[in-house]
Ligand binder design. Structure first.
Ligand SMILES: *Cc1c(COP(=O)(O)O)cnc(C)c1O
Length: 235
């Protein structure tokens, strides 16, 4: 069931790439396994899936310990500074959600202590929603310039969570993200390579690919809806 769902999403990703004239390898499909049991992750691993996304530090750490192997784990949730020490030092593929200089500083400090470098994305609140993490687009350059000074952060691009359920409306946001990325990349800050654009989820990943996403994060369409004890409310 989950394997079949994944295959369907993979086919849609491939079709969206083709339609956009992009190579399939340009886009990473991250299976967002947050709240889902390890058994379901293993099912996907059987068919070769390696990129998984989690949004809680504790859940990610547990799953990483229980499921050894070659997986590329993505941390996609809001990150509190006091939790940074649990993430840094583990083989995490990418932290998608750096959205303040204090958080960047904490990652730097912890990474220095452990002698590692940490690949990160800067999170942008493209829709200006109160409830969302990320910095406003106009603050992105300042955050980038400050974070770029930290030698232990490898800044690889930008991430956003667009407003839910608005595929066509989000096209403009995705385009804005790409233009923002291009503008920031043109600053050519030393040690910064903004090749990644992490955007697009179950409701809008095809549009995101059309607008230049290099990472799409898909949960519901692969694993089914999440239950957090109560049915999840969706607008
Ligand atoms: C939950 C989540 C997703 C996946 O959302 P779906 O709509 O279930 O595909 C993607 N990105 C982030 C940051 C998330 O928290």
């Amino acid at each position: 069931m989950i394997q079949e769902n994944y295959r369907q999403i993979e086919a849609r990703v491939a079709a969206a790439c083709e339609k956009a004239g992009r190579a399939r390898e340009e886009v990473t499909l991250v299976a967002v396994s947050k709240t889902k049991p390890e058994e379901q992750i293993r099912e996907l691993m059987e068919i070769g899936v390696r990129d998984f996304g989690e949004n809680k530090v504790q859940d990610l750490c547990k799953k990483m310990e229980d499921i050894p192997g070659e997986n590329r784990w993505h941390f996609i949730g809001g990150l509190q500074r006091n939790k940074v020490k649990y993430l840094v030092g583990r083989p995490i593929c990418l932290i998608h959600s750096v959205d303040s200089i204090k958080l960047a500083q904490e990652i730097q400090k912890e990474a220095e202590k452990k002698g590692v470098t940490v690949p990160v994305l800067l999170e942008i609140n493209i829709g200006g929603e109160q409830s969302k993490g990320g910095v406003a687009p106009k603050e992105a350059e300042a955050l980038l310039r400050q974070a770029a000074v930290f030698s232990r952060l490898r800044i690889q691009g930008l991430m956003t969570v667009a407003p839910p359920g608005k595929e066509e409306e989000n096209r403009a946001y995705f385009r804005e993200m790409r233009l923002l990325r291009d503008r920031l990349a043109a600053l050519a800050l030393p040690g910064v390579d903004l090749r990644e654009l992490s955007m697009g989820m179950t409701d809008d990943f095809e549009t995101a690919i059309a607008e230049g996403a290099t990472i799409v994060r898909v949960g519901t369409a692969i694993f089914g809806s999440r239950s957090y004890g109560e049915p999840e409310w969706r607008p």
